[in-house]
Write a protein that binds this ligand. Structure first.
Ligand code: ZN
Length: 308
């Protein structure tokens, strides 16, 4: 599997974690948009972070991560379905991006003041779970770790890495790759419902600190190395305390847009606005997530509204 999430448990301490690997999916997402490198890198991180966080939840539906800031990159959206479909997009100001330079941590430099929010949408008539935290870290991983420490009282170790593959012989840049690793220490009374594994050792500071230092020793090169299997990386990092991986789940870059969905959106707008949207005798709607274009002729627009 090129793109996967691998849940694991450190045997000596019963600490749980997840490893995410993207060898093809983030590249597909970036290629759909053609973003500049700084934006591409942040979006790859956001998609990886969303996949790690979604993997920690039991849900059926869509997990969405969103950043909103006053900086050059105004908006990042990444979402993951419980079936493992990932997608994402970003909105940025090209002039502000050029002015932001390349020195210093990306969050203050590119996103600026703002927030990071998580939403779980499990369909109609269900509660939407939402978490939100200020963008007060140097990286998205730091912001997310702050969120867990502040709002959920869950100590979290988190590492994200993004790397672009080496250019080929013709100088064409290599594919975008990304990886992420997360371990969490649930509060003492925690543990997942129905899980018979005792969490007696999770109160053990020594074990937690050891796990954090193993995680800290993981390099960006290891997280994004397509030649290093995910299980081998886990073994390399955590073998002193024993590590057990559960079956991996496949992730894939897949948008959920369709002509039917876009039609529904158009139908929800006032009919008189349709003429304002027409260019060259057609209404064209681009999917923000995958850049697919949907075109509607005046006759097709007419038919949409007649259906109601
Ligand atoms: Zn789409």
């Amino acid at each position: 599997m090129d793109d996967l999430i691998l849940p694991f448990q450190i045997e000596a301490t019963a600490l749980r974690g997840r490893l995410v690997r993207f060898n093809t999916a983030v590249d597909k997402i970036i290629t759909q948009h053609g973003y500049p490198d700084a934006v591409a890198s942040l979006l790859c991180e956001a998609v990886t972070l969303a996949s790690l966080l979604a993997g920690a939840l039991k849900y059926e539906g869509v997990f969405t991560l969103q950043t909103k800031g006053e900086g050059a990159v105004k908006l990042i959206v990444a979402d993951v379905t419980s079936a493992g479909a990932v997608r994402g997009y970003a909105q940025y100001d090209a002039d502000a991006l050029a002015a932001a330079g390349t020195d210093g941590p990306p969050v203050p430099r590119l996103l600026g003041n703002g927030y990071l929010a998580f939403t779980v949408d499990q369909g109609e008539n269900t509660d939407r779970y939402q978490g939100i935290v200020a963008l007060d870290g140097g990286t998205l991983a730091e912001c997310a770790a702050h969120y867990f420490a502040q709002s959920e009282q869950i100590a979290t170790g988190l590492k994200l890495a993004v790397k672009r593959g080496e250019p080929d012989a013709d100088g064409k840049p290599g594919p975008w790759r990304a990886g992420g690793l997360m371990i969490q220490r649930l509060p003492a009374e925690g543990g997942e419902a129905g899980n018979p594994t005792p969490h007696a050792h999770e109160g053990d500071d020594e074990g937690w600190n050891r796990a954090l230092s193993y995680l800290g020793s993981c390099t960006s090169a290891e997280l994004t190395d397509p030649a290093l299997p995910a299980e081998d990386l886990l073994y390399r990092l955590f073998h002193e305390d024993g590590v057990r991986a559960w079956p991996a789940h496949r992730l894939q870059a897949l948008c959920r847009c369709s002509r039917e969905r876009i039609s529904r959106v158009l139908r929800s707008l006032p009919r008189e606005e349709m003429t304002g949207l027409e260019v060259d005798g057609k209404v064209t709607v681009d999917c923000e997530f995958c850049s697919t274009q949907y075109q509607f002729t005046p006759a097709q627009i007419e038919a949409l509204f007649d259906k109601v």
